[in-house]
Design a protein around this ligand. Structure first.
Ligand SMILES: [Zn+2]
Length: 321
């Protein structure tokens, strides 16, 4: 067996970027290539994924894994639906196999990130793990009994689209008040814009150049990390909503650990501490169950691509028996 026999390309494809990594069997990142996603053009997006994989495949890799932002039929590698993008019924695995001549495994991006954290990050050593990715939206991945739990069709763990506020803000999926509308980076940004519009936070306003429309989740996090009280209270409110939602998921799944990743985790304990407190109140019978740690993810933005590569290698190994 040559040194490269255990290497794969992992690609994490979302609405803003295509992040490709060359990954070893041990989860080490050996090379990386990131390009913007031409998100409004699904065919161009696939072409860019092929280009990224081509640039990372020498010396030879044995497989390509993809984590894609949407509902993926894992058996066929077809991305069926992306709530926040124009992608519908996109045969990603088939296109990549044809273009690259390599085995290709496609999964949901948060499932891939969950597998990355479980194998090489904050979920190592556990058997039952829930990953919650808090970015613009909220994604989820479930490891149950050391296996990725995908449900009957590969659509499990679409936790961001649990309706928690039926009269709430409109979601990209068409519903109102999905969890990701009230407890994500998107929600942090919205509360920040409202605070600036009502004259509540001078630092958030200053960081946004005085333009309330320019406030994002990152602006609020930056202000909070510098001690701005309004920004800190916004993160506390969103953290609380996160914790209540996590309590519901723990009631259903009974994991050993909850790993929180995604861009919003840049806020660190400012988000996690209120989430833990709210979880502790909301979970069923907190005094009669073992504590469930709610911890920050460890692989950062690499989790999805690292996990996708690992899933592709494991699928290949399983097929070769
Ligand atoms: Zn939704």
């Amino acid at each position: 067996m040559t040194a490269t026999m255990g290497e794969a390309v992992g690609i994490d494809v979302g609405g803003t970027k295509i992040a490709g990594l060359r990954v070893s069997r041990e989860g080490r990142v050996l090379a990386r290539r990131t390009v913007p996603t031409p998100a409004s053009d699904p065919e161009a997006t696939v072409a860019e994924m092929v280009r990224v994989a081509s640039e990372l495949r020498t010396p030879p890799v044995v497989a390509v894994g993809v984590g894609a932002a949407g509902m993926v039929d894992v058996g066929t590698g077809v991305l069926r639906y992306a709530p926040n993008l124009a992608w519908r019924e996109l045969p990603i695995a088939e296109r990549l196999r044809e273009a690259l001549g390599l085995p290709c495994q496609v999964d949901n991006d948060a499932n891939a990130a969950a597998w990355g954290e479980y194998r090489f990050g904050a979920g190592r050593g556990y058997r039952h793990m829930l990953l919650v990715t808090v970015g613009t939206g909220i994604g989820g991945g479930i490891v149950a009994g050391r296996r990725l739990f995908r449900g009957a069709h590969g659509f499990a763990a679409e936790i961001g689209h649990i309706v928690v506020d039926p009269g709430g803000p409109l979601c990209g999926c068409g519903n109102r008040g999905c969890w990701e509308q009230v407890a994500s980076g998107h929600a942090i940004g919205r509360l920040g814009r409202e605070a600036v519009a009502s004259g509540d936070s001078s630092l958030i306003a200053e960081l946004a150049g005085g333009d309330s429309a320019a406030v994002t989740g990152q602006t609020v996090t930056e202000a909070a990390l510098r001690g701005d009280r309004t920004a800190v209270s916004i993160l506390a409110e969103v953290g609380r909503r996160l914790g209540v939602g996590i309590a519901g998921l723990v009631n259903v799944l009974d994991p050993q650990v909850v790993v929180v990743g995604g861009g919003a985790i840049a806020a660190g304990e400012l988000l996690l501490e209120p989430a833990r407190a709210a979880y502790g109140v909301a979970v069923e019978a907190p005094d009669h169950r073992p504590p469930v740690p709610i911890v920050a993810a460890q692989l950062g933005n690499d989790a999805g691509a690292v996990g996708a590569a690992a899933l592709a290698l494991e699928e290949l190994g399983a097929r070769r028996g």
